[in-house]
Every structure is written in structure tokens, then in C-alpha cells.
Write a protein that binds this ligand. Sequence first.
Ligand SMILES: [Zn+2]
Length: 275
Amino acid sequence: MKDKTTICNLCGAVHFNVVEDSEKPFYVLKCIRCGLVFVDPVPEPSFLEAHYDADYYADWMGPQQEKRLRMWRKRLDTIEKRSPKGRLLDVGCATGTFLQLAQKNGWEVEGTELSPYAVSFAKNLLNANIFCGHLMDAGYEEASFDVVTFWHVLEHLSDPMRYLQEAHRILKPSGLLVIAAPNVNDYIMKISYRIVKRRPLKLFFRTDREIHLFHFSADTLRLYLNKTGFRCTGIFPDNGITEPSKRVVHAVGVALYHVTGLRFFNALEVHAIRV
Ligand SMILES: [Zn+2]
């Protein structure tokens, strides 16, 4: 057990178990009270910013582009079944592919993004305001959006609570919030990785391509929503995985979910209504 001055972003507790300590001085901790898993301390902003350069987006816009376009169409379909068309904000919009699709389908779109590279790309692609910086600094009007989306973004942020509070402020009453994030309880993936690679799948690897600061479960995401004024309406498998090996593992997890209700698949898609 590790006692630190660190405070849990979700419940405010200060006692944690160490999940990983192989990348010191960084630890992966699990809150004893609420179960939130996160990296501590948060790496320097300069380290994180350098991570989201042109290389980070290269695969998405190259070999994966067609598959990713199909994925975005499905995601937009899901939203259009649950919300009338109106103003949509994509938080962490990356290079703007989803917003472009939504705009073509008649949505009034805006985006925020931390990567200056991605912002300039999205601005060239879209006739829309893309704010470069944190959501809280964009100064959007209260209750001004019908839909706010976080597509695999929350796990990259250093303060998810603050972001969700701001999403609540800027959404209209009964507005739709959609979050997709990796599932920390991706046990099918963990087992498969261990069998194939003969070592455990780490949550935090400084040299890895993806730096995730938070690792959510269905339970911790639901708690976040309760604490920030949302009513969770569903937690489903997120089918936005494009890598073939991960797709197979995810499909096994999804099949298990349909039979048993256990959420052991790779990624979660959460829908919530602003109360
Ligand atoms: Zn906690």
C-alpha cells in the first residue's frame, strides 16, 4: 500500500495500492476507496505535448483511414439515434475527421484539441471553430451544445473531473454526453497478451506510443457521471477498434458480454444525459 499526498481525481481519497512500479518515478495507482486507476505523478506537459506530433496521427490518416471513416460513420449514426441534430462539440477532436462527417450531415460543429499540429490540420479541413487548448479555457456559453463527445480522450487528460464538470456546464439540459475510453478490465486482452507475448500487458510504458494517464472501468466512469450531474443511460462495448489483432480479442469480449453481461472487452462507450 502506498500513502501519498496525491488526491484521487474521482473521490478525493488519499490512499492507494500500487498497481505498477516498473517505470519509476511514475507509478500506476489504484484508489482504495473508489477503484480509480491512474498514473502518478502526471508527466510534464512538455513530455505529453511532444507525444502528439505528426507521427502520432500518421497511421490514422494513412493505412487506417478507410476503416476509421467507417468507424466514425457508425459513431455518428449512434448519436443521431439519440439526439436531434444541433450543436455538437468534439473534445479532443484530433485532425477533425469526425467533425467533418458530422458537419456534412447537417450538424453545427466545434472542436477543442491540445495538439497544435492537429488543430491546424482540422482548421484546413473544416469550416468550424477549433479551439487549441483545454476545454475549460475555450469559454463556451453555458447550456449551448446538444451533444458533447470525448472519443478516447478522457484517459489522456490530467484532470478528467474538471473536463466533465465543464461538459456539464456547456451542455443543454437533457443534452447528450458520449465518452469512449479503454476498459481497464479488458481481461480477454490481458490474458491473450500474456499468452502471446509471455509477459503482462503494462498500463504505463513511457516508451510506448499511447500514454494513458487514467484507466477507467464501467464503475468508475459511472461514478464520474454521477458526481458531475449526468444520468448514465448505457455502457456498451466501443466498436471503434481498427487493428486486426485487437478486433479479434475485442470480439471475444463482446460475445462474452452478450452472454454473461460481464464487461471484459477492450473499450467502453458510455452514454449520459445532462440532468
Ligand atoms: Zn478514489
